[in-house]
Design a binder for this molecule. Structure first.
Ligand SMILES: Cc1cc2nc3c(=O)[nH]c(=O)nc-3n(C[C@H](O)[C@H](O)[C@H](O)COP(=O)(O)OP(=O)(O)OC[C@H]3O[C@@H](n4cnc5c(N)ncnc54)[C@H](O)[C@@H]3O)c2cc1C
Length: 500
């Protein structure tokens, strides 16, 4: 058996990242992706001159990608052209109030002052506080592996725990600085993608809206999928053997050590190192085999983030009123999040977002037309076992059109030339997402840092994990970091193996 061969199962963002990082460390890397294209959730749909990113629609923390590319002897600017998007997001409320944050401090401060005159001062306090949290998190916690709560706590520094906002909610953290409930609702709405409501998630997550405001948002020219193409191109250039259309049936182990994988066509690939980029709970319940078969006995899946129905609409006209991102918030967000995440129901007053990337990059739709992406959060598949997803998709789309219409943004059914809609069932079938969860394991206090599903198997030596459901968490930059952190684990493991 070769000691320097590593197999990566799945070509999502973290799969590509770990493949690059291992190839750089002289592993002979083979990546097996079940679909005909890599990217996973960060995928692409193209038809009739329209191009839609399936999931992520903006890039943040560009230095994370630059570091990855630099490790492989190139750089982000050599591989991609980035279009700065600012302002990128506009929030809408049923009473017709709006909030349009920007990385331009004068504009941002004016937006805050408009909602509450005291909040232009609050903004500066927020930025100072969130910057401290952000710096502490990134320098000490987010990007390095930790083995126990104790080592995590000592890395954080016990004196910093309060400063990190671990013991108050995200909403109460924002409330320390902003009087306007609308600003709190807007900045807190990011919590939905982390699998909790801002009223329950820890205050440390106020660093997410801060990160976007402070460091900006970009669209790669040609759409987000250009980033995936660049990652694949770089991986292949440095020797990664990328095999698409190659579903893995099982990750095999003997005597507590990983042995390799079996592909769906029955062929066997051997390696002492296997990194699974397939959603961790899916890997654990569907892929991991020992001599006696599936080994999911006793495995307890983590709490997952909600599902989504996503829509890719080819619209027959321009939509100049819509920003790159528009977020439509409900009148009572707490009630809506409770319905979604605690009661397992579709919220009556639906929070949702719309993205018109073709307003930023005109190449994404034919002239005079728009590529429109809609995202409606919905419960997990297990919470709605009887759901008629197709019907729900139709109903929710009408609801979203009506809500947009209330704000003077009209998209009629007759404007839609062609469309696709993906329910949690589609997301699950297409990419192996556990229970149809869109963003992976939730980020409540019990599932962050040392409590998150680990990136090294505790039962099978030589098995590692990379992706949204393990450390550090969900989102494209985090998954790039997850790939590097999994590679660090492999290096550390190999060193110990050599020593024994
Ligand atoms: C609708 C939506 C919107 C989002 N918006 C944003 C955003 O704006 N910004 C942001 O940063 N993040 C966003 N995210 C989150 C981001 O897309 C994910 O966190 C990230 O892409 C997950 O990557 P991953 O490495 O976990 O791999 P995944 O995307 O989960 O990929 C796993 C890969 O494994 C493959 N696979 C599965 N089973 C097998 C098998 N048996 N054999 C071989 N291959 C297999 C799958 O086909 C897939 O390619 C969004 C996600 C969604 C769903």
């Amino acid at each position: 058996m070769e000691t320097d061969r590593a197999i990566v199962v799945g070509g999502g963002v973290a799969g590509l990242s770990v493949a690059i990082q291992l190839a750089v460390r002289d592993y002979q890397v083979s990546l097996f992706e079940s679909n005909d294209r890599v990217g996973g959730r960060a995928n692409v749909i193209e038809f009739d001159g329209f191009k839609f990113d399936t999931g992520p629609s903006l890039l943040n923390y560009p230095w994370v990608f630059d570091e990855l590319f630099k490790a492989a002897g190139t750089s982000l600017s050599q591989e991609l052209e980035l279009i700065r998007v600012d302002p990128a997001i506009k929030f809408y409320w049923p009473d017709k109030e709006t909030f349009q944050p920007s990385s331009d401090l004068t504009r941002l401060s004016e937006q805050c002052r408009r909602l509450d005159p005291r909040d232009s001062v609050g903004l500066f306090n927020f930025l100072r506080d969130a910057r401290r949290k952000y710096n502490l998190s990134f320098s000490r916690l987010v990007s390095s592996n930790s083995d126990s709560p104790l080592s995590w706590l000592s890395a954080a520094g016990v004196g910093n725990l309060r400063k990190l906002g671990l013991f108050r909610s995200m909403d109460s953290q924002l409330g320390k600085h902003f009087h306007s409930s609308k600003i709190r609702e807007a900045l807190g709405s990011y919590g939905m993608y982390l699998g909790g409501s801002p009223y329950d998630l820890p205050g440390i997550f106020s660093i997410i809206p801060f990160g976007e405001l402070e460091y900006g948002l970009w669209l790669p020219s040609g759409g987000m999928y250009s980033l995936i193409e660049a990652m694949e191109r770089v991986a292949v250039r440095i020797g990664v053997d990328v095999q698409t259309g190659s579903p893995v049936k099982s990750i095999d182990s003997t005597n507590g050590r990983v042995a390799g994988i079996t592909l769906a066509d029955g062929s066997i690939e051997r390696a002492q190192v296997v990194v699974s980029n397939v959603d961790v709970p899916t890997t654990m319940t569907r892929l991991l085999h020992t001599e006696t078969g599936l080994t999911s006995n006793g495995y307890k899946p983590p709490k997952m983030t909600p599902g989504v129905i996503t829509y890719y609409l080819a619209v027959d006209r321009e939509l100049p009123k819509l920003n790159h991102h528009s977020v439509f918030l409900p009148e009572d967000p707490k009630f809506a999040y409770d319905q979604l995440m605690k009661q397992g129901k579709v919220p009556d007053d639906l929070p949702f977002y719309v993205s018109v990337a073709s307003n930023t990059d005109h190449s994404l739709a034919p002239e005079g037309k728009s590529a429109v992406f809609l995202l409606a959060p919905v419960p997990l598949m297990s919470q709605l076992p009887e759901a008629d997803w197709e019907r729900m998709a139709d109903d929710l789309k009408s609801k979203m059109f009506r809500r947009m219409n209330d704000h003077g943004i009209s998209i009629r059914e007759s404007d839609v030339i062609k469309q696709e809609a993906w329910s949690p069932v589609d997301w699950s079938k297409e990419f192996g997402l556990f229970d149809g969860s869109a963003f992976g394991a939730a980020h409540n206090l019990r599932q962050i840092g040392p409590f998150r599903p680990r990136n090294i198997s505790s039962t099978v030596s030589g098995l590692f994990f990379a992706g949204a459901s393990t450390t550090p968490g969900t989102g494209v930059p985090m998954c790039v970091l997850s790939g590097r952190m999994a590679a660090d684990r492999v290096t550390e493991w190999a060193r110990k193996e050599l020593a024994t």
